[in-house]
Design a binder for this molecule. Sequence first.
Ligand SMILES: [Zn+2]
Length: 82
Amino acid sequence: MSKNTGKHIMANCKKCGKEIYFLKTKNDKLIPVNRDSISVVDRIAMDNGRDVMFQYGTHISHFATCEFAVEFRINQSKKESK
Ligand SMILES: [Zn+2]
């Protein structure tokens, strides 16, 4: 199983300076997520050392909103509004 690091990863976007959290995807990769889209429940889980999985529709990828992200924008065509 995947390693549990026991700490959440918070950072600032190198481009725009916004606070972001890194969440895990199903592929075990880390994705930067806007802090605004992290719920209190998510943060408590992370504080308790649990991994919070990135969920489309709940978490907003910083790649999608960063004004400097054009260069590293990934394929977001699967985005569905609910
Ligand atoms: Zn940014």
